[in-house]
Design a protein around this ligand. Sequence first.
Ligand SMILES: C[S@@+](CC[C@H](N)C(=O)[O-])C[C@H]1O[C@@H](n2cnc3c(N)ncnc32)[C@H](O)[C@@H]1O
Length: 525
Amino acid sequence: MGASVVGALSSARAAALDVVCEVRRRRGRVRDVLRCSGEVEALDPRDRALTTRLAVGAVRASGTLDGIVRSHVTRGHLEPRLADALRVSTFEILFLDTPAQVSVSQGVSLAASVAPRARGLANAILRRVAAEDLPRIGEARERLQALVSLEDDQRIEGVEPTGKYGLSDGRFSSAGASEPSSALVADISLAGCLPQWLAEEVVASLGPALGASLALRALEPPAATVALNPSLGEGLSLEALSAAALDESPLPWPGAYRLGRQAGLARSGLVRAAKVLPCDLAAQVVAWTAASCACGTADRPARLLEVGQGRATKTILMAGAAQSWARTLDICSVELEESKVRLACERLRAAAVADCCKSFALDATSLSDDDMPMPLQEPFDVVFVDAPCSGSGTLRRHPEIAWSLSRDAVRHAGSLPALQLEILTAAASRVAPGGELLYSTCSILVSEDVEVVQAFLNSEKGSDFRLASVTDAPIASGLRPEEADLLGHMVSADGMFRSSRGTLFGIDCDGHFLARLVRTGGTEP
Ligand SMILES: C[S@@+](CC[C@H](N)C(=O)[O-])C[C@H]1O[C@@H](n2cnc3c(N)ncnc32)[C@H](O)[C@@H]1O
């Protein structure tokens, strides 16, 4: 924070405010606005990092920050640019290590830069944020930290370790087992800057200790993780990555690296050339595991249907993983949005895997229909459903999600779980007998993962399938010990993959989910 100067408004903070105003005016995404901003581009790297942290943080925590600011305004209404400035400054006071004297003084200058007559009001509000809300969040974090240090729900059960939450806190073992205590939910909501309903869902889905751990890490920047494209020669891609001086270090997964410096990645041209794919580590594990389920089944080229191709990151990883095992995958992918299919096709060509991949723009809920394009009519060894979801496992990467999502979207009829079940059921009809149906999301909510899997298995179509453990996927037998540890750590006792199960080797992944369903009954589709 050396660039900060008490009194004179720093250019990093002024740029962060412009970005946040632009996001509000255009209803844009903060990372897109940051990427396209000439003002941000002109900053030196250190200031650019502060601008990014402030703008992303202000958007990610917006509901909590606005509530705190409002609680200190006794009358009247804040004009939008002033509210934006106070949001940015409140985030800095509460969540960055800037000395309060500097962050308050800079916050007052920031507010005065857009509303000169509000200097006194801004001063009063920000001083109260520093004096009252900063310690309140510190106390909430301490209580959550005490809970996290107990490690597992079993040790919590029957013990009231800190006396700071009610006894009922230890009694969560699965979704809906009991109501979360309001004190725990309030702490997770405040420290993790989540709407209360989402904090409740997080506790119901992950349990108290993992919910607390997630809240403590919720405002940190996401890990800068990349995958080398195996199809373009891992050695060459690694050389190019080293030459770009991004301070890479290997992670315990084939071709996975963490970057110490992320800022130069776009400028290096490596992403455009598809030599390097920005991709969370857990998403890489999901893609390689899915590829192995297809490659492990036959000596002939295996057929894999990917549902929900998006920008084809996992398609590229799956094709590359198969090549690295000297196997061939024929991949068909379907995606609802035509613009994504066009982009996916461009990326597949750049990544040198277009020969083995075909993409179709269609609605996956119609996959059981008779009039599908020809290549989709033949049965598949593996159908991999990378389902549309809330993205609640990727809040740090997609900061808009936390405050734009509603409980209705993840819970009720006509919502995401209903669409996920419809897609899974339609996709199931394309699985060959003995083949596998894989269901994946980047959500941490049980309503979108295990409950969808259970609803499917309880359905007529689902009666042809049984759950298999992800630890028994063919990839597991070929992994190096630390890679096997990583996979094992992320698989729960029920055999389902959940990367939200906490950090390992200091790696803090997004929250991804994967379930394997093997087809044991039924006839050819
Ligand atoms: C989790 S994302 C996929 C991510 C992608 N596989 C990747 O690796 O980057 C889910 C995708 O499903 C697509 N989708 C949503 N509804 C769909 C539907 N009814 N049929 C097919 N695709 C759909 C979304 O547009 C989105 O791209």
